[in-house]
Design a protein around this ligand. Structure first.
Ligand code: SF4
Length: 271
């Protein structure tokens, strides 16, 4: 069976709309980075600088780490030096800088200090599933240790629907991705991850009241991914889809929009 390599971060895209995954990952169709996506990247970068410093035993303040967030928000190239322009759609970038900094400060001075992280942005090289003809690769957000000493995945998710007004984190739709991160991290650190997977949600509301940071949990992410003899996991579904080459479209996807899909102009699945 031919082997296909898939980035962990793209698996949820594959399930959400295989045709969009195909356009992005196989056809390499490019589109400008949406400002909301860039805000998320910047929030991640600032939080990672803060968490990594604590993990290294040389803590820095939220203010110190905020510079990384700001630099990432306005950068013109990606990590590899490739041109990466942001489409601001007439929005004022400084407004989003303020949103990002507010969430960053809340996280760094609150939830971040309660976490016992054992890895931050852990790079995981090629995990092969020979029977499925798949190789997983990617970077997991965080590995944390819970109160019982068990390890688990923690993933920061930012966005306009990340945390409800009552503080409930929106954990829907993240099971496959957290399952991949779990098996990748287990492979990378050589230790089982038995604690619940957790999402640290950051709600990017425009008013201070709507800028919330909270955590929520998801059970059974590894089981959902790898399945068992009676109930194939999502990885097997992904393998079937990729090897069959049946990249159907999902016009009901939340990301079915010219802002987020590079295939939007030509996609025949939109009807
Ligand atoms: S336009 Fe919609 S259906 Fe077509 S590939 Fe993009 S997200 Fe999928």
């Amino acid at each position: 069976m031919q082997n296909i390599t898939i980035r962990a971060s793209s698996l949820s895209d594959l399930f959400d709309c295989p045709q969009r995954w195909y356009a992005r990952n196989i056809l390499k169709m490019w589109m400008p980075t949406n400002f909301k996506a860039r805000l998320g990247t910047a929030i991640h970068a600032g939080a990672a600088a803060f968490d990594q410093a604590r993990l290294d035993g040389a803590p820095i303040t939220a203010d110190d780490a905020a510079g990384v967030l700001v630099d990432t928000l306005y950068r013109k190239t990606d990590e590899s030096g490739e041109d990466e322009q942001v489409e601001w759609e007439g929005e004022d970038p400084s407004r989003y800088e303020q949103i990002g900094l507010a969430l960053h400060t809340t996280y760094c001075n609150g939830l971040a200090l309660e976490q016992d992280y054992v890895a931050v942005e852990l790079r995981c090289e090629n995990l092969h599933f020979q029977d499925l003809g798949l190789t997983l690769t990617g970077t997991t957000d965080r590995v944390y240790r819970d109160a019982d000493g068990k390890l688990g995945i923690a993933d920061i998710k930012s966005g306009g629907t990340a945390v409800a007004a009552d503080g409930t984190v929106n954990t829907g739709g993240h099971k496959a991705q957290l399952g991949v991160y779990t098996v990748l991290a287990e492979y990378a650190i050589g230790h089982p991850l038995d604690a619940q997977a957790k999402i640290i949600g950051m709600q990017t509301g425009k008013t201070p009241k709507a800028q919330r940071v909270a955590e929520g949990y998801i059970d059974g992410v590894r089981q959902a991914l790898v399945g068992d003899d009676d109930d194939p996991g999502l990885l097997e579904h992904a393998s079937n889809l990729l090897h069959a080459g049946k990249f159907y479209g999902n016009p009901r996807s939340m990301l079915c929009s010219e802002k987020f899909c590079p295939a939007f102009a030509t996609c025949k699945f939109r009807g």
